[in-house]
Ligand binder design. Sequence first.
Ligand code: NAD
Length: 463
Amino acid sequence: MKAHDGMYIGGTWRPAATADTIAVVNPADEQVLAHVPAGTADDVDAAVRAARAAFPGWAATPPADRAARLATLRDVLAARQGEIAETVTAELGAPPKLAGTVHAGLPVLVAGSYAELAATYAFEEKVGNSTVLHEPIGVVGAITPWNYPLHQIVAKVAPALAAGCTVVLKPAEDTPLTAQLFAEALDEAGLPAGVFNLVTGLGPVAGQALAEHPDVDLVSFTGSTAVGRRIGATAGGAVKRVALELGGKSANVILPGADLARAVAVGIANVMSNSGQTCSAWTRMLVHTDQYDEAVALAAEAVAKYTPGDRLGPLVNARQQQRVRGYIEQGVAEGARLVAGGPEAPRETGYYVAPTVFADVTAEMTIAQEEIFGPVVSILRYEDEDDALRIANGTVYGLAGAVWGPQDEAVAFARRMDTGQVDINGGRFNPLAPFGGYKQSGVGRELGSHGLAEYLHTKSLQF
Ligand code: NAD
């Protein structure tokens, strides 16, 4: 598969500081697809310098002109959707349909939303005798994960560019080819040199150098809570802004009176999509004791449709596959009941995990507390609404969730949940709604106007 052998810095593909490379592996067949350069602190420094040099010009570019660049980016991403989907399938293993609709489709929507927001956002407002200016923060260091390789990038870079910031991106080492395509798309969109820069490389090397660089004004990170905690501490030490999108352990709460069959089927689909590698996945299904057995039977039926190698893709790499299989073994060891799947790999080749459903899961079990990041659903039993709320809120995370039931009751329950997003009775994804976590799921919000505000700081002029 096509790959650049350099870094995109200052508007051109430049040789990397060293000859070290990272192999990109197709998780469905375990074959090496390509190699990309393994960036070092020197590459990061060159990229930050380019971003700093480009900042005054881009910050002074009228919002309407920034909007026009983003609209062109949206069009380029739309025109290259097929190529993007193929690349995501190759390096992440996403089934082609999911790659086309979600992985390649959603970034077009998000880029388009920021083209509109850049043109319409109130970058100045009146507050009494003051004029408040919302100004770009400066150079953004963006560090992204592999699970939605292009979406995670666009959810940071598009609002940063709309705000007038310049960016250095360090994408996940498992999915750098999609990031290279994104750099090509921005180049094709005519973005001025240095406004966006790409450094591929390992997290503890290039990622850490970016997070620690003194000339980066804001670090925006999406990934694991363990790494996010360190990045937050580093940013705190330097007194710089940080945005963290971290893990999740979301609850799918099915209240009595819900359409049980639909709630279970949509809940299973929500977790199986992207092989469970979704931070907001509803991995804990909470069912009233009177409907518990019926829900378990429906879940076992629903999950049978997810054949590994067809509707269910592999996990991204061997390490994640081992990790998830380890969690399944731990669930069994702690006394949960397997009703589908299990720890055995369902295919000889590829990093596949069997679609797995556990019943008789209790709130304190490891599989009900820790993020598994694989195709594993735990079904928990509750006695009444207070019990359900205690279980739903009883983890360190608070990223997303779902409630099913009579509308008023479902909304009342959702108001009591400690979480950043709740879908009521299968509510549709909204690319303009703020996305982000309560508790250890993160700091800050992405998407829509709330996501744009993360890249701005304010100055008040008094008259
Ligand atoms: P990860 O934290 O290992 O890696 C994320 C990114 O950080 C990668 O680009 C990686 O190279 C980089 N990185 C790793 N170590 C670093 C360091 N010491 N300094 C700087 N950068 C470093 O996570 P992952 O395995 O890529 O992704 C899976 C995790 O991400 C899951 O826990 C998932 O919940 C979380 N996630 C959260 C969201 C969200 O929006 N909240 C979205 C996607 C993934």
